[in-house]
Design a protein around this ligand. Structure first.
Ligand code: SF4
Ligand code: SF4
Length: 400
């Protein structure tokens, strides 16, 4: 197993993400025996990092994970959990909810704890004085119940920079969506640089983009098979290339894979057994493949279109949302549109065409915003999803 040092920890670079445990077809409940078998295999081969979150699998991920870890000494692995501030509609007893997670995970501390899903939308709750989330979690850190504090992040790079600046010295690590497609598509390269330049650790989620990079379209996969033929090696899994791309980034300390089948665990373990850097040719092939996979528009974020927009829209931001919709989004893109005031959403475009004239990439912005508006209207809307999640939290806290 490849290990990375971080703040006195020796972390397995492959972390077990606990958000995709498969249900037992007979009962519809999580197949606990399968989870146990996957954990036993992973632990035997050196995996020591397990990541869950309060809302994963309707609240059942924490308990299934705890059950699978129950026969291992607590100090033999690192546990990560997340606070669901993005799922609140009113202030709650944060410390009581934190203790619900401790109880469900059968532990009295988390090695790593994250604010779940910081975005342009959720930040208003996380930074709200009334919600009091950060001070409460910092209190838990002071009491040793949180060993290291971080956050998972789904916003844009400028917002990441601002957020870290506002909270200088508070966080130890940041979990971002990082893979060879999002390296350019979601400007993950810049996010990686922002995080590492501040001396913080990078944790990776969605290394295979919700499975898309683990099962490439025929033509893209063919490029990788040709390379293997040239060097006379057997076929490797598409996923292994995605993981090896990430292994080459020294700031990455943990790569989370949401494994739900034993064969996936076996394949990932093979990839992480030892450092296995990509050759120059392999890296080039992956970058070419990323270009062929991209749907959406080639917005570079230059902002030449913004000054003259009579509606004052943040056009590159909206086009990022569109690109996310266009390529099987891993999170509901409505989350980022719901963050905007009504008059800044795509429907506010009056189709004057000024932006299209200014755009060096020749993007027909008004047509794209019309499509985005239609996609957004279809839903699901993030605000509705949050209302449903809040109900589950209130139930766990015994709120009336
Ligand atoms: S077409 Fe829409 S987005 Fe473009 S400048 Fe006009 S109002 Fe703004
Ligand atoms: S001018 Fe074109 S490329 Fe530049 S930010 Fe606007 S839409 Fe994107």
């Amino acid at each position: 197993m490849i290990y990375r040092e971080f703040d006195g920890c020796r972390l397995s670079l492959l972390g077990f993400g606990c958000m995709r445990f498969a249900p037992d077809p007979a009962t519809g409940e999580i197949d606990q025996e399968k989870v146990n078998a996957m954990f036993d295999l992973a632990i035997r081969e050196g995996v020591n990092y397990f990541d869950t979150a309060y809302p994963y699998l309707g609240g059942k991920s924490e308990t299934a994970m705890a059950e699978a870890l129950s026969s291992y000494p607590r100090e033999s692995y690192y546990l990560a959990d997340k606070f669901p501030g993005h799922s609140l509609t009113h202030p709650i007893d944060n410390i009581a909810l934190f203790h619900v997670s401790l109880r469900k995970c059968r532990t009295d501390y988390f090695d790593f704890y994250l604010l779940h899903n910081i975005t342009e939308w959720s930040v208003k709750y996380y930074e709200s004085r009334e919600y009091h989330i950060l001070p409460d979690l910092l209190q838990m850190k002071k009491e040793g119940k949180i060993r290291r504090l971080g956050f998972s992040f789904h916003g844009g790079p400028d917002f990441l920079e601002d957020f870290l600046t506002r909270h200088e010295g508070v966080f130890d690590f940041v979990q971002i969506q990082l893979n060879y497609l999002d390296w350019t598509l979601q400007d993950a390269k810049r996010k990686y640089e922002i995080i590492t330049s501040r001396g913080l650790g990078v944790w990776v989620m969605e290394p295979c983009r919700g499975g898309k990079l683990a099962s490439l379209p025929e033509e893209a996969a063919g490029k990788l098979r040709s390379l293997e033929k040239e060097r006379g090696s057997g076929p490797l899994s598409d996923a292994s290339y995605a993981f090896r791309f990430l292994q080459s980034l020294p700031g990455v300390k943990v790569i989370l894979s949401g494994m739900n089948e034993v064969f996936q665990v076996e394949d990932n373990l093979r990839t992480f057994r030892k450092e296995w850097p990509l050759s120059e040719e392999e890296r080039e092939a992956l970058m070419d493949i990323a270009e062929t996979l991209k749907k959406g528009v080639p917005c570079t974020g230059c902002r030449y279109c913004c000054d003259g927009c009579p509606a004052g829209l943040d056009i590159p931001y909206l086009l990022q949302c569109y690109n996310d919709y266009a390529f099987a989004a891993t999170m509901p893109p409505s989350m980022r549109i719901d963050a905007l005031e009504e008059e800044k959403r795509p429907a506010a475009c009056i189709s004057c065409g000024q932006c299209a004239h200014a755009c060096p990439q020749g993007i027909d912005v008004p047509s794209v915003l019309k499509k985005l508006s239609e996609m957004y209207e279809k839903g699901p809307h993030w605000e509705e999803m949050v209302r449903i999640r809040q109900k589950a939290i209130s139930r766990d806290l015994g709120e009336k």
